[in-house]
Design a protein around this ligand. Structure first.
Ligand SMILES: NC(=O)c1ccc[n+]([C@@H]2O[C@H](COP(=O)([O-])OP(=O)(O)OC[C@H]3O[C@@H](n4cnc5c(N)ncnc54)[C@H](O)[C@@H]3O)[C@@H](O)[C@H]2O)c1
Length: 355
């Protein structure tokens, strides 16, 4: 088994990436922490026994002792950093939202196809044991078709959160609660329920004095014909994330953990007793795995070793960016927006308003 050496770039959420890589010794070793702020980088390096802190991203590119560059910097920086790392022959991991538009993700996908290394976007919420059980039930045909899903992201993000200069602005955060927060629950929905066919959305900025939205409601028609509602606020006194999916044969309800709704317990309520037996039989083979970042990185290692599909693909990130494009375009135009969004569509080159 090969051990891949990682440079984690950005010591905010990058701290949790470093923690997860460190939890997989023999598979990964964090070789360096890179942050413009040496003190912040140093703190994370000390916590996880990482020997080196650098402040210059470019200095990582030519190094033979770094296999993976893990981009955990603010959203608007993802595209240039990921491109440079791919061009340098590195494997790249990159935080959400991957980039600012469908045009950008298509460019990045072309760069990744031409590169020696792979590019894996982050969607760690998929890799928790409750939602993995639901995925197993869907794949085994136990759930039957989905009819209706309700997805709630009710978090709390007030003043201090927006003290960081890149947050709250279109140019640097690329969006608000849809782009930065609910993107995870919406990815979980699409992972389970398949592609979105049509969107109607309303957004508002009600909670914070910011440019981007902090409140959103949307109605979706999935390609399967199922309907879904999305609701998002950053002003919930009690923070929860919740997915409730009414399939033909069972109703699945998630945990309420705001930052890990995929974790157990999920409930699977059968429409009839014989479905209950099928649920039990299908879940008998489920083996609990590490969750969230550690769960994604463990599967990532397997994919690197075998050349198999990455646990989160560029197509997955593209689907989330296409949904965002449609949501923002609908909210601005007051019209329903149908997917797919083709090159030439007014929102293909980005949803952020021109400055
Ligand atoms: N997957 C998740 O659950 C999750 C959670 C939080 C944030 N994020 C994403 O992670 C990214 C970072 O968010 P954050 O909350 O950690 O932000 P942050 O501001 O707390 O940290 C970002 C760090 O990146 C550093 N940085 C910026 N540009 C750099 C460069 N060119 N080279 C080296 N370092 C650089 C900054 O100095 C800062 O310390 C965003 O894209 C965000 O959406 C994901």
């Amino acid at each position: 088994m090969r051990e891949y050496r990682v440079a984690v770039v950005g010591a905010g959420i990058g701290r949790m990436h470093a923690e997860a890589f460190t939890a997989l010794p023999g598979r990964f070793k964090v070789q360096a922490i890179c942050d413009l702020d040496a003190e912040r980088g140093g703190k994370v390096a000390r916590e996880f026994g990482v020997g080196e802190v650098v402040t210059d991203f470019a200095s990582l590119l030519g190094r033979a002792d770094i296999d993976i560059i893990d981009v955990c910097t603010p959203p608007a920086t993802h595209l240039p950093l990921a491109r440079q790392a791919l061009a340098a022959g590195k494997h790249v991991v990159c935080e959400k939202p991957l980039v600012a538009s469908l045009a950008d993700v298509d460019d990045l996908a072309a760069a990744a196809r031409a590169a020696r290394g792979t590019l894996m976007p982050i969607f760690q919420y998929r890799f928790s044991n409750g939602i993995l059980k639901l995925k197993r039930l869907v794949d085994a045909g136990v759930t039957g078709p989905l009819h209706m899903a309700t997805v709630e992201t009710a978090w709390k993000r007030l003043g201090a959160y927006y003290a960081v200069p890149w947050r709250g602005k279109w140019a640097t955060e690329l969006g608000g609660c849809l782009t930065g927060h609910a993107i995870h629950a919406h990815d979980m929905l699409c992972w389970i329920a398949g592609p979105v066919a049509s969107v109607f959305a309303r957004t508002a900025t009600r909670v914070n004095p910011i440019e981007v939205e902090d409140t959103a409601a949307a109605s979706l028609r999935m390609a399967s014909g199922a309907l879904a509602t999305l609701s998002v606020t950053l002003n919930s006194a009690v923070e929860i994330s919740r997915l409730r999916l009414c399939f033909h044969n069972l109703t699945a309800e998630s945990a309420l953990e705001p930052y890990n709704p995929g974790t157990e317990p999920w409930t699977f309520s059968a429409m009839a007793p014989e479905i209950g037996h099928k649920i039990e039989a299908a879940l008998a083979g489920h083996e609990a795995e590490p969750e969230r970042f550690t769960g994604q990185f463990k599967r990532y290692h397997r994919a690197l070793e075998t050349g198999g599909p990455l646990p989160v693909t560029l197509d997955d990130a593209r689907a989330s960016l296409e949904l965002l494009s449609a949501l923002y375009h609908s909210a601005r135009s007051g019209q329903a927006v149908d997917l797919p969004i083709a090159p030439g569509h007014p929102v293909y080159r980005g949803w952020t308003p021109s400055p």
